[in-house]
Design a protein around this ligand. Structure first.
Ligand code: AMP
Ligand code: MG
Length: 487
């Protein structure tokens, strides 16, 4: 276990130089204080969890202090936002403090979000508010616990610094961890600004550091792109299987590692709704829940375009063609498991689709349906769940098919079935109303609710004594919360 001053830095991205990022110092928050820290994320850096409670922790991650070896940089990138190209974006309020490596030799970027203005701030103030910082913290750690690839969050530091959004709020910083902060938009930036040398340097950097196994392939860049396609397909399959809606799938928010990245107005589905739009600025529903699948491919083609100097168009097209089959395989595999099935049959896809059609507009809670399905034998479970559906005859037909399918799947005890299903069907997810309750308490200075909710969400599959209220459907006020997009 390390103390804070024992972290070892190796700032590989900073060494790429000024064409890639600009040196900027964090702008401190007033009266920094710890809101919440993730013990699990601290162990990624070999940090002793006890150090989170020390004043120096809040000073470091509230922008007051810096390690001598840190090299804070704002990265430049661009990206397609809502389908249109924005030629220059970049870290407008976040700084890559440096790269730390742990005893296992893994590198982690330390990225401080809300750290003040940078050359890329455009009209923004460089700040992040407590509300959005808590949401990012909870979401990244909750997704990770569900097995969905995501950036991680070390802590949220609150402050008394006023920040103006729709109303006056308080500034905060969230310390994000990821093996890389390189986005699709990094490649687009160097492609569209016609800087082939830097683009080649970036591609080498990503290949060597993040896809070294692709070096062995006859066409390393193509192998790397294929891997990026597969990882994105897998990530999005998991979003769809667990009802996660990202909300702002612009290419500047897509990680080159295929991890969930840059949390804004995201939401987990409560009632199942394929057309759900969590981002209130998304009037066309470009990033609606079901559109995430084709948008994933759209984003990969934007990346492919930026990789045309390295890979032939035909090869890129062929690799892009792998996206949907990869997606479908991962999605179906997970949905089979959510239904408690251990084998594969031709009609399983249809079984899943028909269930979702029945759920749509019936107000069925997406998470609890699957959890309850595993509580009991298939026959008992469908009898109990039946009342949640509007189309009872339709559900009965589905239930008969499901029971027959379960019977063909094998002879398992109910104990085995429950254990297997509960291991993939969470009881606790980050519902918007739960986040909202925790944020309201934190805004009035009480951080106990954020901390408790975080704890519950780190073990989403395990029933936890005394935590029944976190497994409830939303109350009426919490069903259609308007989550502000300002952050
Ligand atoms: P986002 O929609 O949060 O992914 O941000 C899009 C772009 O706007 C990125 O370049 C951000 O760094 C920048 N940005 C967002 N909020 C702010 C802010 N308050 N101050 C400065 N830049 C910001
Ligand atoms: Mg972003």
């Amino acid at each position: 276990m390390k103390a804070l001053d024992e972290l070892t830095f190796d700032n590989r991205f900073a060494r790429l130089g000024d064409a890639f990022s600009t040196h900027v110092l964090p702008e401190p928050l007033d009266e920094p204080r710890l809101v919440v820290a993730s013990k699990a994320a601290m162990t990624l850096l070999d940090l002793d969890p006890a150090v989170a409670e020390t004043p120096v922790f809040a000073e470091l991650f509230g922008g007051h202090k810096l390690w001598a070896e840190a090299e804070p940089r704002a990265m430049v990138y661009s990206g397609h936002q809502f389908g249109g190209y924005t030629p220059q974006l970049g870290d407008g309020r976040g700084l890559l403090l440096g790269e730390v490596y742990n005893d296992a030799g893994e590198h982690w970027d330390l990225h401080l979000k809300g750290a003040g203005m940078t050359p890329y701030s455009r009209m923004g103030d460089g700040r992040a508010v407590l509300r959005s910082s808590i949401r990012e913290f909870l979401a990244s750690e909750a997704l990770h616990a569900l097995g969905i690839p995501s950036s991680r969050a070390l802590c949220v530091i609150g402050s008394s610094t006023p920040v103006w959004r729709e109303k006056q709020e308080r500034g905060a910083m969230v310390l994000r961890l990821a093996h890389s902060h390189i986005r699709f938009g990094h490649f687009e930036y160097f492609y569209y600004t016609k800087k082939p040398e830097q683009q080649a340097e970036l591609a080498e950097h990503v290949l060597n550091l993040h896809y070294p196994e692709c070096r062995e392939q006859p066409e390393p860049y193509l192998a790397m792109f294929r891997e990026i396609v597969e990882r994105n397909a897998e990530m999005i399959a998991k979003w769809q299987a667990y009802g996660f809606c990202h909300g702002v799938m612009n290419t500047d928010n897509m990680s080159i590692l295929g991890i969930t990245f840059d949390f804004g107005p995201f939401a987990f589905l409560d009632d199942f709704d394929a057309h759900f739009i969590c981002n209130h600025s998304d009037h066309e529903g470009r990033y609606s829940f079901s559109n995430q699948v084709p948008i994933g491919q759209w984003n990969l083609s934007a990346l492919a375009q930026a990789l045309t100097p390295f890979i032939s168009v035909d090869a890129l097209k062929e690799a892009l063609g792998l996206y949907l089959p990869f997606y479908q395989a991962h999605y179906l595999d997970l949905m089979r498991r959510r239904l408690g099935l251990t084998s594969a049959e031709e009609d399983d896809q249809k079984l899943v689709e028909d269930l979702l059609k029945l759920m749509q507009n019936s107000g069925v809670d997406y998470t609890l349906f699957f959890r309850r399905l595993g509580d009991e034998s298939a026959a008992l479970a469908v009898t109990r769940l039946r009342d949640d559906f509007v189309d009872l005859a339709g559900f009965d037909t589905w239930a008969e098919r499901y029971k027959a399918r379960v019977a063909r799947d094998g002879d398992f005890t109910q104990e085995q079935r429950r254990e297997r299903m509960h291991a993939v069907n969470p009881l606790y997810i980050l519902r918007n109303y739960l986040a909202q309750n925790a944020i309201a308490a934190a805004e009035s200075g009480d951080y106990s609710e954020v901390r408790r909710l975080h704890e519950v969400l780190t073990r989403p599959f395990e029933e936890q004594a005394g935590m029944e209220q976190y497994a409830q459907r939303p109350p009426d006020w919490g069903k259609h919360l308007e989550i502000s997009c300002s952050s």
